[in-house]
Design a protein around this ligand. Structure first.
Ligand code: ADP
Ligand code: MG
Length: 255
């Protein structure tokens, strides 16, 4: 990424699974370094949207453009190289590796679970290792976990593991960081830390797309919120507007 922030333009994106529309003609624009919330009831299409934006799925219809480039059918490693990186709803850390090693893996844009750990021992990686190590330490400092660098990832609490994932995602130098439920499984104290880190990421010029069902976090940290229901965008606006939006209230309370 070039630190110009985000420039994402999603036009009428559709994602169908066997004819079922999980995402139904969504438009979405994210610019600069805003924190955008993506909310909606269970099954409303949030993770599917994230999967399209990160190249896991190619939209059935519609167009994704990023910094003026058509990235509609980019696979994940090309999305990451272009500056769009995501974390997963389910933690994807390597438990047997140290916290530092997990972050160091982020410097490799395209790895698959299974052989990723071997990357740490390839000649190319070893040549640049001291550089990666220093950068990974800097990122651990950024998320407040420098003193955990040498511990096994498995030894950390859930909330701390979430922060390690954010540090690893930041290693790809994104301009848009997509966080799918970063507070899932975290304690209240850890939620405060995650919110603090989200603000720091934004202040460093990176845009965030935050999928989160803890309403306090969403209302607290987002500049703009996009609301999905049954795969469609039903509302978009600042937290005060969304909080009082009749259709949003109905979608959440079941009308
Ligand atoms: P959310 O993240 O908002 O809870 P999802 O995007 O995971 O919702 O799912 C939206 C809808 O699409 C759900 O009905 C879900 O069952 C369906 N869905 C998601 N992924 C797939 C898939 N790979 N195959 C079939 N259906 C899917
Ligand atoms: Mg989901």
């Amino acid at each position: 990424g070039s630190r110009d922030g985000a420039d994402l333009n999603v036009q009428a994106a559709v994602m169908e699974f066997d004819g079922f529309r999980a995402v139904d003609a969504i438009d979405l624009q994210i610019k600069g370094s805003e924190v955008r919330g993506l909310i909606g009831p269970n099954g409303s299409g949030k993770s599917t949207t994230v999967n399209m934006l990160s190249g896991v799925y190619v939209p059935t219809k519609g167009k994704l453009s990023w910094k003026g480039v058509d990235v509609t059918s980019f696979p994940p490693h090309r999305m990451a190289a272009a500056g769009i990186t995501r974390t997963f709803q389910n933690l994807q850390l390597f438990h047997e590796l140290t916290v530092l090693e997990n972050v160091m893996l982020g410097f490799h844009l395209h790895y698959r679970k299974g052989f990723a750990a071997n990357i740490l021992h390839t000649p190319g990686f070893l040549r640049e290792e001291s550089h990666f190590r220093a950068e990974a330490m800097r990122l651990l400092q950024f998320v407040g976990l420098a003193e955990k660098a040498g511990e096994q990832a498995a030894a950390l609490s859930y909330g701390q593991q979430r922060l390690v994932e954010i540090a690893r995602a930041l290693a790809t130098k994104p301009d848009l960081l997509i966080l799918d439920e970063p507070a899932a499984g975290a304690s209240l104290y850890e939620v405060d830390n995650i919110v603090r880190v989200i603000r720091k990421v934004k202040d460093s010029g990176i845009a965030i797309l935050l999928v989160e069902h803890h309403m306090e976090i969403v209302m607290n940290v987002c500049d703009t919120i996009t609301v999905l229901d049954f795969g469609k965008k039903i509302a978009e606006g600042d937290p005060a507007f969304i909080k009082n939006h009749p259709q949003v209230i109905e979608a959440y309370l079941g009308g």
